[in-house]
Design a binder for this molecule. Structure first.
Ligand SMILES: *Cc1c(COP(=O)(O)O)cnc(C)c1O
Length: 401
């Protein structure tokens, strides 16, 4: 009897889709006009691509105001500065997130207070309350890490009880919602990234949304609006700026019209892309199931609609050797997995104990979850069948360990 041929996958896990033709045409038109700077308009009634993107994204999020800026990390900084964070002030945030989150807190002079995650990869709300009491923090910078939404109603009522403000980091939840309400509309402000590996792609870019007049006026001036804030359409009234403009520094980090032109057609297709990501996630999960039940997926909250551009799963039974063999065999079969448990940070996957610029913290639950947690990108260049096959490859590798 010959051994069955091992399933193998051939594909590039970091290949995003092409920029759509209409977006390319819009970008070319911006270049032909020469007016790439967001405030460079031919006449006072011209709405720049950047201002138009802000109107459209505010509407999409069902928020009054939106500011486009240079990156998601910069949006996080603007949000915390606009909130009025003082130097050395504690900021609560997830222990399980990516490095731009503690990096942004560091950049604005805050002090990260890390909170444990649960086995379903969301913030542990009981530990959050302990950390609120322990630190006296006034602000939570919540990372919806890998798109998993915590019970937002429970979270908001606990924050209200302690008088803690919420800034949402929606770098992984653009297009997602909780109880029918868009992720990013539950707190004071929300931040998004339009960097290549997120849900819409302009290379680099960030978006900030809010319903709060004064906080948004400060963010706009901070972002480098000179005194041209009246050219923002998704912005509070001029008198709000009058009150704050001379106290607020100009820390340039604007978006330009070229990026905005590329993003608007992608935003128009975001909900459709969300469906496609969910189809891929479901096919991958089906493929994994062929392994029996040693592979565990995080459970989604019933009220959450997520837009999974990646998938996470745990295999608790592995020894340290099996874990390494699993990762290694998957790579040999063409499946690139990220592992958050490594002691040395690798590319995007650093663990909180690698952020040595922070005060050291100990998060034993997060440690044990990350030790056997695997993570895989789902670019839309993969077909639904590709995703099922990747799941099957992983299941097959697991079955031999
Ligand atoms: C990508 C990312 C950011 C920041 O986005 P950039 O545009 O790269 O600055 C923030 N938070 C999380 C969780 C991210 O993955």
């Amino acid at each position: 009897m010959t051994a069955p041929i091992a399933k193998t996958f051939h594909g590039n896990f970091t290949q995003q889709e092409a920029i759509p033709e209409d977006a390319i045409e819009a970008a070319v038109a911006v270049m032909q006009g020469g007016r790439l700077h967001r405030y460079n308009v031919a006449s006072s009634d011209e709405v720049s691509q950047t201002a138009a993107l802000e109107i459209e994204f505010a509407k999409y999020q069902n928020q009054q105001y939106c500011l486009a800026c240079a990156s998601g990390g910069y949006a996080l900084q603007l949000a915390m500065r606009s909130f009025g964070l003082a130097q050395g002030e504690p900021v609560l945030t997830n222990g399980f997130t990516l490095s731009p989150v503690p990096g942004a807190i560091e950049a604005v002079g805050g002090r990260s207070v890390l909170v444990e995650c649960t086995a379903d990869l969301v913030l542990d709300l009981d530990h959050l309350e302990q950390q609120i009491e322990h630190s006296g923090a006034r602000l939570l910078l919540l990372s919806h890490m890998r798109g998993h939404l915590v019970d937002m109603d429970d979270l908001c009522s606990r924050l209200k009880k302690h008088n803690v403000a919420l800034i949402e980091d929606c770098a992984h939840t653009m297009g997602a919602s909780f109880n029918g309400r868009k992720s990013g509309s539950h707190g004071l402000m929300a931040c998004f990234s339009t960097q290549t590996y997120k849900h819409i792609n302009s290379g680099e870019g960030g978006l900030l949304t809010s319903d709060d007049d004064e906080v948004m006026a400060r963010a706009i001036v901070l972002s480098g609006s000179y005194m041209l804030y009246e050219r923002h359409a998704a912005a509070p009234a001029a008198h709000v700026f009058e009150a704050i403009k001379l106290q607020t520094p100009n820390c340039s980090g604007r978006m330009d019209n070229l990026r905005a032109a590329i993003l608007r057609p992608q935003l128009a297709r975001l909900d459709e892309a969300g469906k496609r990501w969910n189809e891929r996630y479901d096919a991958f999960a089906e493929g994994l199931k062929t392994a029996g039940n040693s592979i565990v997926l995080p459970k989604r909250h019933m009220a959450a609609y997520e837009v999974p551009s990646s998938i996470q799963f745990s295999i608790h039974r592995y020894s340290d050797e099996q874990n390494l063999e699993f990762l290694d065999t998957c790579v040999k079969r063409g499946v690139e997995l990220k592992w958050f448990g490594a002691d040395e940070p690798k590319a995007y996957t650093s663990r909180y104990d690698s952020w040595q610029y922070l005060e050291a913290s100990s998060l034993p639950n997060t440690d044990s979850i990350l030790k056997r947690l695997y993570d895989c990108r789902l670019p839309l260049t993969f077909s639904v069948d590709d995703c099922r096959l990747i799941g099957e490859v992983i299941a097959e590798v697991d079955a031999h360990l």
